[in-house]
Design a protein around this ligand. Structure first.
Ligand code: MLT
Length: 407
């Protein structure tokens, strides 16, 4: 009989969002008339920017004509998109088109990157955390079993709490790989230049690599909050950055993202030879991937056109105004509220005496609003819930009303 990868059996019950989906499905089956509002998974709700639609239509027309038809594209992404990214998202940061690797999204990228790292690395993740970082390390065999609190043996957990403004303290011990996500999912916190500089300094001192997830960069409102890890001195020697078109351009269903890998980031072989991370990722990509689709990459390129930029700015403004309404409603109710100022997630302390899942059930059953329980993101998320600001204005206003009626 074929042997399976036993590591999969270490995974805790289910991935968070399918688990929420199951509970919601059971509730709606029993209550088919409930007018449910979903503020759980951070999925965009507004239409694709017109500039993106037009570019994708045009690309499909090109594919429909023998003279302009294209087959396989470059595995690392078309030059037109890589150049647009380098020029627009990383202007003056010393990142070139050649450092950009286009993909079908950041979720896949943050998981797939582990292909090029060997066993035996000490891996640090924040707690709470986007569950993909943890589960993909479990799957690949970088952890032992989970304990009662759901923490896996072998991972270094970096608590993110209200006391440290949800930015982890620099660890005493040496780690080899650390995942950081700012603006943060799930807490909605942002990291200051000084905090990120401390992490880059730590990485350089310890020969560590920072896997920096900047999927929510577009939502930063404060001019002094860094949008990219490469704004930090030394980051080009120790950090990879993950970016996505999902949340800014509304691509959660379209699928497109990219990883930035500068030439100057290295790993080591068992015998101590320095190897370029970019070279390995490029090799891995050529073998395992045939690139994001042509119409999708043309759509992503259009995000950087003047029309596309204006439309994305309007989308961001829409979602951030939602976040403000949610923040204000929770604050008025006397709840302790975090995030929602530079990120589309509002992170709220549960009312006295309720666990995260208690609050999830209460909101589902009594207010017909789906939120995400903080404990689903890690042990340190217990006692919190996350509200996603990705919704229509009308739905967000209704959620605020229902919250007030409920509490
Ligand atoms: C979330 O709700 O945490 C995100 O939507 C998940 C994701 O982007 O994959």
């Amino acid at each position: 009989m074929a042997r399976i990868n036993d590591n999969f059996l270490k995974l805790k019950a289910g991935y968070l969002f399918p688990e929420i989906g199951r509970r919601v499905a059971a509730y709606t089956e029993a209550n088919p008339d409930a007018a449910l509002i979903r503020c759980g998974i951070g999925d965009v709700t507004e239409a694709l920017p017109k500039a993106v639609q037009d570019a994708m239509h045009k690309a499909v027309d090109e594919l429909g004509d023998r003279d302009t038809f294209r087959g396989y594209g470059p595995e690392q992404g078309y030059a037109f998109l890589r150049e647009a990214v380098a020029e627009n998202a990383f202007a003056d940061l010393g990142i070139s088109a050649d450092d950009i690797f286009v993909s079908d999204g950041s979720k896949c990228d943050t998981g797939n990157i582990l292909d090029i790292f060997g066993p035996g690395n000490t891996i640090a993740i924040t707690d709470p955390v986007y569950p993909v970082y943890v589960d993909t390390n479990v799957m690949i065999g970088n952890t032992g079993e989970a304990d009662e609190a759901g923490r896996y043996e072998g991972l270094v957990y970096l608590p993110c709490t209200a006391e440290n403004d949800f930015v982890p303290a620099i660890p005493e011990e040496k780690v080899d790989i650390v995942y950081l996500c700012y603006p943060n999912n799930p807490t909605g916190a942002s990291a200051t230049r000084e905090q990120l500089q401390a992490w880059v300094d730590y990485a350089l001192k310890n020969d560590a690599i920072i896997l920096y997830d900047a999927a929510y960069e577009a939502f930063i409102q404060d001019a002094d909050v860094p949008r990219s890890i490469y704004e930090i001195e030394g980051a080009k020697e120790c950090a990879l950055e993950f970016r996505s078109f999902s949340k800014n351009g509304g691509f959660t269903g379209v699928r497109c993202g990219y990883i930035v890998i500068p030439d100057s980031v290295f790993g080591t072989t068992e015998s101590g030879e320095k190897i370029s991370i970019k070279q390995l990722w490029s090799r891995r990509t050529s073998t395992k991937f045939n690139g994001a689709s042509y119409p999708v990459q043309r759509g992503a390129e259009a995000i950087f056109s003047p029309e596309g930029k204006a439309e994305v700015a309007a989308l961001v403004e829409h979602y951030m105004a939602n976040a403000k309404l949610l923040r204000d409603a929770c604050t008025e109710l006397g709840l302790e509220v975090f995030g929602g100022e530079n990120a589309p997630y509002v992170w709220v302390a549960c009312p006295e005496g309720l666990t995260s899942w208690d609050m999830f059930d209460k909101m589902l059953q009594e207010a017909n609003v789906v939120i995400t329980p903080g404990s689903g993101f890690g042990a340190a998320g217990e006692g919190y819930f996350r509200i996603s600001a990705f919704n229509s204005r009308a739905n967000v206003e209704e959620v605020c009303k229902r919250l007030k009626a409920l509490l």
